[in-house]
Design a protein around this ligand. Structure first.
Ligand SMILES: [Zn+2]
Length: 234
């Protein structure tokens, strides 16, 4: 705790969406971004995914969100996971009522972990677990390299790309468990679906998914579920 306090003093926590220093270190984002990030409301926050109870996401993947997520993933900002975790946990508390046993995440490959130095999915899952006061439990490993899902446009391609890419970790028991599976962004849902398929295949009772943001598969059909927010705030 003292260590956290000292770190906050040396490196004051910043808003992950705009970089402003946060007045309150326990909040997820600054007051201005609170008003402008593309929140998803009601059923827009939930996406159906096979083998799961659905995927819950507090915001859409547009406006200032992609830049923030890129910083989180590629530019050495793992601390964003704690802030994002507050938002994801709030979304789960708002929409999902069933009990959960632990939080897990979609892992990156060993090779990528070596290059990046941290697994952003784990960082986000840690933030969510702290906020929901649930244990954090690694359950999966990525056993082969896959092409970035963002480079594939068709659902079938995305599904094929991740098929068989994940395995259960040795010695991990998921039978009968109610699991919250976390990733940064959901697009087609193929990756979460494949991870959930593995967990259910090993006897998990239920898998609920959560991501920071939800990206639409077809941008031409991207109806802005949060237009009201912007009207309200303008
Ligand atoms: Zn901000």
């Amino acid at each position: 705790m003292v260590w956290t306090w000292l770190l906050d003093l040396l490196y004051p926590p910043k808003c992950p969406f705009c970089g402003r220093i946060l007045d309150d270190p326990w909040t997820a984002l600054c007051g201005q971004c609170q008003e402008t990030v593309p929140w998803l409301e009601g059923n827009d926050a939930i996406r159906k995914i096979e083998f799961t109870e659905g995927c819950y996401s507090p915001m859409a993947y547009r406006d200032n969100v992609p830049d923030s997520v890129h910083r989180f993933k590629f530019y050495g900002c793992p601390s964003f996971g704690r802030r994002y975790g507050i938002l994801v946990a709030q979304c789960i508390q708002d929409h999902y009522e069933k009990p959960l046993d632990f939080v897990t995440w979609v892992p990156i490959s060993k090779k990528r972990l070596r290059i990046r130095g941290y697994d952003q999915g784990r960082k986000l899952a840690e933030g969510v677990a702290i906020q929901l006061e649930l244990p954090l439990q690694g359950t999966l490993k990525k056993i082969r390299h896959t092409q970035a899902q963002s480079t594939l446009s068709e659902d079938a391609q995305r599904r094929g790309n991740v098929l068989g890419a994940y395995q259960i970790l040795d010695g991990v028991e998921v039978a009968g468990k109610h699991i919250l599976l976390v990733d940064d962004v959901v697009t087609s849902g193929s990756t979460l679906e494949e991870c959930a398929r593995v967990l259910i295949g090993h006897g998990a009772a239920q898998v609920c998914c959560a991501t920071l943001a939800q990206s639409r598969k077809n941008r031409q059909n991207f109806s802005l579920g949060t237009e009201n927010c912007f009207e309200k705030n303008s």
